[in-house]
Ligand binder design. Structure first.
Ligand code: ADP
Ligand code: MG
Length: 625
């Protein structure tokens, strides 16, 4: 192929501009990104060579070499990994195939503190070379291709790039950075070495630099032609726990997660027995910006006997622990294991169960010993962890102990155990209410009687709560009971006198109830008297077996019509003691008042009126009467 000039994809131009301008204060990370690409390229070769050993040609020792040229002002990063064909160079270095470009850019533009880890997280690391270089030349030949099938790719990192075919004997890739004016600090053995060891100690292949020697005559260090490794080149997880410092664990975490904050907790174990594997798992302190993005990358990397097999091996972790990062290295799986095989493997099942338990113990430990840290974790990942209640029945009990809620007693951090510990004498159930917001939950009329009696109620406002509650019925033998479902039965919490009084009031109220039922027959399934209200005239409840109105609303918002959603009418409960209700019987506008009471009860629980204009009209008519 003759020399061709091609244009970068539009997004690449924007990314290039952003990366080079906003990450300048962190410019040394270009070396981490390029060394990590070199290491990825070697991993890919090792993987492809499993089926085709000929790809190693005559260079089976995979390595990265880094050197600089003071006169030409260049730094070269060379690897003998998989290499690129001309087409691959155009595709991988000129376009961005990944989704989420826009979120990434918005994030980078918006960040106060420009986060250099974002570029790795998003996978545009190569472009970081342009922070220090005003031209990058890439020369490459793919493993297995002929020497004449090499490629040279070159760009100044603005609008376009050039590609041409070259002859190249060596397999793999050279990335040559032509440094910008003013970036000469990188033309130093010491500088390059210190950046590489800072970021690349845990890369499992050697990064080589030229050895330096003291020259007696010149009285200075001179560079020899001998290569020596400048990183430890031992995959961290294979080392013994007692030899690894906390700082090393943290740096490794940064490298695999691209998270700028240290992890919340980690666990490192060698598991022996029927299945043998090593796990090094981290819980991040902060949710990634794409936690809710289904095709997000990352998670747990799978290695088999130290050979990298795949990223994001979802079969190794349940979905509700998708925020966990780390490495699992199996001694038993076949090297050519595919995603499909992973799903069926018994070893994988054992690894997954073992790893899940480890993560849960890690969280239990934080919850027990570092309450503030756990609160921060809950804030970030609580809603995700709740998915586990329905997904992982085997661990449901352990998970339920990790749950935290808001309640009428505390705005956050209430566990079931806390709640049970504060239960009133004679209280048999754990009471909760679901709503769209904390304010709506707190002000719900259904809570009035509980407030009056000093009974705590859990306030659930996450979208996933309703779903979670359809899988969780009790804690510690105490049933979970919605205060908005069915008739309230406070059981032993109500004394005989109260019960009697309520029954009498209900009896006396019967004729009004009958009239209300007739007025509201299109809208309410039933109308009944209640003792659950103190300050409000009425509230909406649903039957024990019916879907809560909160859930029906969520489903409607999500564009789903659930079986029976919106079809089964709610029940109106009225408070015979309320002034407005007491006035009903004698009112000339009974029908209007009945409709208003119903509409208000709907509004109070966060519902929407089908005909708001009619409601306004009725209220105004009353106000001006
Ligand atoms: P990422 O590494 O997250 O994919 P980068 O921007 O760092 O994103 O690299 C883009 C792509 O360019 C890589 O996925 C790879 O296909 C290709 N690439 C970069 N460097 C090399 C290399 N040294 N050898 C082979 N391919 C490379
Ligand atoms: Mg990369």
């Amino acid at each position: 192929m003759d020399k061709q000039t091609l244009s970068f994809q539009a997004e690449v131009k924007q990314i290039l501009h952003l990366v080079t301008h906003s990450l300048y204060s962190n410019k040394e990370i270009f070396l981490r990104e390029l060394v990590s690409n070199a290491s990825d390229a070697c991993d890919k070769l090792r993987f492809e060579a499993l089926d085709n050993a000929a790809l190693y040609e005559d260079a089976p020792n995979l390595e990265v070499k880094v050197w600089y040229d003071e006169t030409a002002k260049t730094i070269t990063i060379r690897d003998n990994g998989i290499g690129m064909s001309a087409d691959e160079a155009v595709a991988h270095l000129g376009t961005i195939a990944k989704s989420g470009t826009r979120e990434f850019m918005a994030k980078l533009e918006g960040e106060q503190k420009k986060d250099a880890n974002l570029i790795g997280q998003f996978g545009v690391g190569f472009y970081s070379g342009f922070i220090v270089a005003d031209r990058i030349t890439v020369e490459s030949r793919r493993a297995g291709a002929k020497p004449e099938e090499g490629v040279r790719w070159s760009s100044e990192g603005s609008g376009d790039f050039e590609v041409e075919t070259i002859t190249r004997a060596e397999r793999g890739t050279d990335v040559i950075l032509h440094l910008r004016e003013g970036e000469e600090e990188f033309l130093s053995q010491w500088k390059l070495k210190s950046v590489i060891s800072k970021y690349s100690d845990h890369i499992s292949l050697p990064v080589l630099m030229k050895k330096q020697k003291w020259d007696e005559e010149k009285k200075e260090q001179v560079t020899t032609d001998e290569w020596e490794p400048v990183n430890k080149a031992a995959a961290l997880w294979t080392r013994s726990k007692s030899d690894i410092t906390d700082a090393e664990y943290q740096e490794f975490y940064k490298q695999i997660s691209y998270d700028s904050e240290p992890p919340l907790a980690y666990t490192h174990n060698r598991v022996e027995g029927r299945t043998e594997y090593t796990q090094l798992l981290y819980v991040p302190a902060k949710a990634p910006f794409d936690l809710w993005n289904r095709d997000k990358r990352g998670g747990v990397k799978l290695y088999v006997k130290r050979v990298f097999i795949m990223d994001d091996a979802e079969a190794l972790m349940p979905v509700y622990l998708r925020f966990v990062k780390g490495v699992i290295d199996s001694a038993d799986l076949p090297l050519n294991v595919s995603r499909e095989l992973l799903q069926e493997s018994r070893d994988v099942k054992a690894i997954r169960e073992g790893s899940t338990k480890r993560v849960l113990s890690m969280l239990e430990d934080v919850a027990e010993n570092q309450k503030d840290k756990y609160a921060a974790f809950w804030e970030q990942f609580g809603a995700v962890l709740k998915e586990g209640i329905g997904e992982d029945h085997a661990n449901q009990e352990r998970l339920s102990k990790l749950l935290r809620f808001a309640s009428t007693t505390a705005d956050s951090g209430v566990s079931f155990a806390d709640y049970v510990g504060r239960m009133k004498e004679g209280q048999e159930a754990i009471y909760y209410i679901t709503a769209d917001t904390l304010a709506a939950a707190k002000n719900s009329p259904q809570l009035e009687i509980f407030r009056k009696k000093g009974i705590e109620v859990l306030l659930l406002t996450d979208r996933v709560d309703e779903w979670m509650l359809s899988h969780l019925y009790e804690f510690d033998g105490k049933p979970l009971q919605s205060v908005a479902k069915g008739g309230v039965d406070l059981g032993k919490l109500q004394d005989e006198a109260e019960k009697k009084q309520a029954e009498e009031a209900a009896e006396a109220f019967k004729p009004v109830l009958e009239r209300l039922k007739t007025s509201l027959k299109e809208r309410a399934k039933d109308v009944r008297a209640t003792t659950r209200l103190v300050d409000s005239p009425a509230c909406i409840v649903v039957d024990e077996g019916d879907m809560s109105s909160h859930l029906a609303r969520l489903l409607k918002q999500a564009g789903q019509s659930a079986p029976g959603a919106g079809k089964s009418k709610p029940i109106l409960e009225v408070n015979p003691e309320h002034a407005l209700v007491k006035r009903l019987d004698a009112s000339e506008r009974f029908d209007d008042l009945a409709q208003i009471i119903f509409d208000q009860a709907l509004l109070a629980e966060g519902g929407q009126l089908e005909d708001p204009a009619a409601y306004v009209k009725r209220v105004n008519a009353l106000l001006t009467a």
